[in-house]
Design a protein around this ligand. Sequence first.
Ligand code: FDA
Length: 394
Amino acid sequence: MQKFDVIIIGAGAAGLMCALTAGYRGRNVLLLDNAKQLGRKILISGGGRCNFTNQNIEPAAYLCRNTHFVKSALARYSQWDFIGMVERHGIEYHEKTLGQLFCNESAKDIVTMLTTECEWAGVKIQLRTEILQISKQQQGFGLSTAEGTYQCDSLVIATGGLSMPKLGATPFGYKVAEQFGLQVLPTTAGLVPFTLQPEDKERYEQLSGIALPVIATAECGKQFKEAMLFTHRGLSGPAVLQISSYWKPGEKVGFNLLPETSFVDWCNTVTQESPKLSFKNALSRLLPKRFVERLVELGDLPEKNLNQLGKGEIQQIADYLHNWQIAPNGTEGYRTAEVTLGGVDTDELSSKTMEAKKVPGLYFIGEVMDVSGWLGGYNFQWAWSSGYAAGEVV
Ligand code: FDA
């Protein structure tokens, strides 16, 4: 039986941050993972460039049943702290849009940085280790694995959520929570493309590949102004991924297809300038031509010249374009989701340390908890901040 001060299960973003933080405090740390490679989600994130944080991190950008829960950890290890580490390692980065920070070269730089820090902090990393059983002992926890048995004072669960099972996502963390009597809130896929009802799929599937800027609005009132993309399965793009986290089955999503233009004003001006221009050609100046043609073909928009449009009709078109409604059939699910909504209930955990209130010495960090962020570096920041919070006390 090998003894460690701290054992962390899950060598992803949160586990690595927790391990290096605890290691620098002089704790004897073992970081375990069942995969062959650590940090796999970091490696594929951000199209291989890892959107590692966001300049505009704020608690309001997180979904969690207790909206105040994230405040303490985000304040104590902020985006600026992580950016500081990235800069100390000489990793070049840039802002892509909306405060989102990406590596100039490769997401590998972030994994190398974290593993180097773990090495400097004296962390022992062991991959390909399947955890068979966890037991509470008089002092601390016992772990039996396929590689042997271990004992630790503090046990940290950092095994992530259910998104992307092909990258090794497992429900392990939820099972551990349940084993110790902690509540796990129901999980669903978040930051995920929508699939369409069969009739809408037929209407729009030929538009696959078309992208346009929109404001997407969920029934709860949440809005995102970003791009929407038609795919052969349904709808994707940042605006759709963002709003998917606020969508519930059966609800509609509204899209303002002309977020920068008042259709009525624009239509009146163009009609004055070119009254005989076809409405279709005129609107194709504002929206992708193929999209406009399809909406006309479907009879949703009129096949007329501008001067043939009456005032009421112009208002009707404005209502349609400024609030184009879709009732998704569902989402693509965990297969393509970037995050998992729900998870270990934060009411069970300390917001300062991530320790389970009922089980001293047991900690949950990262995506396994009921905390999910917006698209754009918010989820990694939660992994860094929650990992640090636990790493400071384990
Ligand atoms: P994470 O999933 O990173 O790590 C969990 C670890 O636990 C893994 O190493 C896994 O192998 C291990 N594990 C699981 N089950 C185990 C078991 N039974 N035994 C032992 N080990 C086990 N976020 C962001 O902020 N910016 C971005 O650019 C992206 N991009 C992105 C792209 C894609 C395709 C996905 C799927 C996700 C993103 N994300 C993202 C989200 C981000 O990757 C995610 O929120 C964090 O990786 C969560 O960090 P964790 O450490 O909690 O889990």
